[in-house]
Design a protein around this ligand. Structure first.
Ligand SMILES: Nc1ncnc2c1ncn2[C@@H]1O[C@H](COP(=O)(O)OP(=O)(O)OP(=O)(O)O)[C@@H](O)[C@H]1O
Length: 474
């Protein structure tokens, strides 16, 4: 038996569909508005939702993304009397299973419904590998379990995978886990941050070059695609690739052959691509900033990682595990964790997601010193105010805003300004923690010496607390 929800404001259609679903042995319920539909869709698990577009409180497409990403990830069939090709395109972009125009006969609706339910049955029958290696991935919320199911399915195939999610949600962690759980686990996992590759060096980096291929090519160099032979190539921030490299990469993906710069022959390479982005690639395609054919190539399988604020249950589990890990790592006695401390963590929005949470936990442990347990007072002040019902704070001092403040709202910082401010505060915490110990600074922050040094320099800071110019050479 499947569970079917019908969201339509026409009582006749609803009764017809409820009857139809029950005759086929399914459980069915109905909702007459977007709001009612969304509440019901999120309160109970559904296998299939039949969604009208023209509802009294808005267009069904408005809630489609929330429906398909809902706790039970139902299939959604659009049923509409005002369908047009653009609406259908949008619906498919947002993950609808099918699009049926009204009026329809019993047969016309029976086919897509039975196909959707058969697909769903097949999907749930496919077992995730029993031995999924996920040690580093913490979280048991329904959202995280859905992502782990996707991870298991992606690992069992050879298909390319696109992982989407905000910064710090664990895209790289998932990419590594796909590789480690795949048949390619024994071969290399090669990661490249596409945003950090200068356009002029990109071809050489991806495809390699022969000695003398260009001025400065004093020796032959293997490209990262060849390095990933037999294994997985992880393209982080793929939305940052220039059009030229998108084109060259598409060719490599289609042909599975590459030609290093200056080489006479093409060589075959067997590699799997996992890509990640925090951008909306479909919008970039519409704006002609990303190739549609490349998007199709890399998106055979999609994993959407939800932000931490959408899975607050995971915060406690991540915090407990990370605190224990950090305590073990630095050989400091285990700390107790107060319920208030967890409550304060859960009240924050975490725009930097798990990465930001981990940084704050490091700070709290440093601030706690010899105290036996962690309390809200050990959190950075700005993270403590989240539990208070106060007016929005003014913008951080010196942080430029986007100029889009209106209606008396507090100025809103630009993302770049917010990140720079967060970087500076993080560095200050780090300086206070390591008291001049460079190795400890690198170990705690996970930054290389050169990255740490240049970030310190950018913010006019030094590990010793003196002016950077007076600091030791690295
Ligand atoms: N579910 C999780 N459980 C435990 N640790 C996690 C989880 N998700 C992320 N992390 C940790 O958070 C940090 C950031 O993760 P990761 O680099 O994979 O994120 P990302 O989405 O690739 O970030 P970005 O887009 O900024 O590159 C890492 O230290 C990672 O180990």
């Amino acid at each position: 038996m499947a569970r079917v929800l019908i969201i339509d404001d026409d009582p006749k259609i609803c009764s017809f569909l409820v009857l139809f679903a029950r005759e086929w042995g399914h459980a069915a319920a109905q909702a007459g508005s977007l709001q009612d539909g969304l509440v019901k869709a999120q309160r109970e698990p559904w296998d299939l939702i039949l969604l009208d577009l023209d509802l009294p409180d808005g267009n069904g497409l408005q809630i489609l993304p929330e429906l398909v990403d809902g706790p039970s990830r139902p299939e959604v069939i659009i049923i509409t009397g005002t369908g047009d090709i653009n609406g259908a395109k949008l619906a498919f972009q947002h993950g609808a299973w099918d699009f049926v125009t009204k009026p329809f006969t019993m047969e016309e609706i029976a086919l897509p419904v039975s196909r959707a339910l058969a697909y769903r049955k097949e999907k749930s029958a496919r077992q995730a590998p029993l031995t999924l290696k996920r040690d580093a991935i913490v979280g048991s919320s329904q959202e995280m379990r859905n992502c782990l199911d996707d991870l298991a399915r992606a690992s069992a195939t050879e298909a390319s995978v696109l992982i989407m999610g905000e910064t710090g949600t664990g895209k790289e962690l998932f990419a590594r886990a796909i590789h480690e759980n795949s048949n390619r686990a024994a071969a290399p996992f090669i990661a490249v941050d596409c945003g950090a590759v200068p356009e002029s060096l990109a071809e050489g980096l991806f495809f390699g070059y022969e000695k003398g291929a260009f001025t400065g090519a004093s020796a032959r160099r293997e490209g990262i695609i060849a390095q990933a032979a037999g294994g997985t190539l992880f393209l982080d921030e793929i939305g940052d690739l220039s059009p030229n490299i998108q084109k060259a990469l598409l060719r490599a993906l289609q042909e599975r052959h590459i030609r290093p710069l200056g080489a006479a022959q093409e060589v075959a390479v067997d590699f799997r691509v996992v890509a990640a982005t925090n951008r909306d690639l479909a919008t970039m395609v519409a704006q002609q900033r990303f190739r549609e054919d490349l998007l199709f190539r890399i998106r055979a399988f999609e994993i959407k990682l939800p932000p931490l604020r959408a899975r607050k249950e995971d915060i406690e589990e991540i915090a407990v595990k990370k605190i224990h890990q950090i305590c073990r790592h630095y050989a400091i006695g285990m700390k107790g964790i107060s319920a208030d401390f967890i409550h304060s963590l859960q009240a924050n929005r975490w725009p930097g997601n798990v990465r930001e949470l981990i940084n704050v936990l490091e700070y709290a442990l440093a601030a706690a010193g010899e105290d036996p347990s962690l309390h809200p007072k050990h959190l950075p002040p700005e993270y403590r105010t989240a539990t208070l019902d106060l007016k929005p704070p003014p913008s951080p001092q010196g942080v430029p805003t986007d100029g889009a403040n209106s209606g008396g709202q507090a100025p809103f910082p630009t993302l770049a300004a917010y990140r720079a401010d967060a970087d500076a505060r993080y560095l200050q915490m780090l300086i206070a923690r390591v008291r001049g110990d460079r190795d400890m600074a690198m170990a705690l922050s996970g930054m290389s010496q050169s990255t740490l040094y240049s970030l310190m320099k950018k913010h006019n800071l030094s590990l010793s607390g003196r002016a950077p110019e007076a600091d030791e050479k690295w």
